[in-house]
Design a protein around this ligand. Structure first.
Ligand code: PGA
Length: 250
């Protein structure tokens, strides 16, 4: 059985002090959580968050990682820097990175390889835009993102990989894909993984849904066969909402 994984993506929100306050509010609410719980926080909050989550089940994630070990890459952050700050998970290829910062399937692939080499657990984001969806290109787009993004990745590496399917039109818009739709599309992603990396990998790989997931729709989404968790943006910034998603079964 695949263990569900609920990850918060804080994006560019919360100073270090604010992060500590949010974590302190969250900690008692997720003490008995059944899913794996991750919070991906801004770089400047990592060290403070590392201390604040001590003694809880919450795991720490970052929102990106450089493909190089070190060197002249102004504005980037290395895997070693993240690991030192207590990071276990890292989001790669979020649609906002693709949309605003020139991230491509090729750069996603380079970052992914580096994360795996350093022992970080990547949460790789894929998903179609509204225009692509309306033009019936969803499958084609996902296929390219998966084949190019996961180029030369070994089957055994998938033990440490999570995929997040986030339809771009559902991110921060309040529009959620219907649970059936999300399940079907994630099923397609799983079938692609099966074809490319084998049945065992596809069976064990955790694939999250992301895009306006909130307490009111978490249970329905999580009940779907192919959906193994959520990548949560807006609702991750409120302790009560995030905890309600984590505790969707209660
Ligand atoms: P949202 O963001 O939950 O605010 O839609 C999800 C994400 O971008 O990861």
């Amino acid at each position: 059985m695949r263990k569900p994984i609920i990850a918060g993506n804080w994006k560019m929100n919360k100073t270090a002090a604010e992060a500590v306050a949010l974590i302190n509010e969250l900690k008692p609410l997720v003490l008995k959580s059944k899913p794996e719980v991750v919070i991906c926080v801004p770089y400047t909050a990592l060290w403070a968050a590392k201390d604040a989550i001590a003694g809880s089940k919450i795991k720490l994630g970052a929102e990106n990682v450089a493909w190089a070990d070190s060197g002249a890459f102004t504005g980037e952050i290395s895997a070693d820097m993240l690991i030192e700050a207590g990071v276990e998970f890292v989001i790669i290829g979020h649609s906002e990175r693709r949309q605003y910062f020139g991230e491509t399937d090729e750069s996603v692939n380079m970052r992914l390889k580096q994360a795996l080499k350093k022992g970080l657990k990547p949460i790789v984001c894929v998903g179609e835009t509204l225009t692509e969806r309306e033009k019936n290109k969803t499958k084609r787009v996902l296929k390219k993102q998966i084949l190019d993004g996961f180029k030369d990745i070994a089957a055994e590496d998938f033990d440490n990989i999570v995929i997040a399917y986030e339809p771009v039109w559902a991110i921060g818009t309040g529009k959620t894909a219907t649970a059936e739709d999300a399940n079907k599309t994630i099923g397609y992603i799983r079938s692609l993984i099966k074809k490319t990396f084998g049945a065992e990998v596809a069976k064990n790989l955790r694939i999250q849904y992301g895009g306006s997931m909130k307490p009111s729709n978490a249970k329905e989404l999580m009940a779907m066969r192919n959906i193994d968790g959520g990548l949560i943006g807006g609702a991750a910034l409120k302790a009560g909402d995030f905890a309600a998603i984590v505790n969707y079964k209660d």
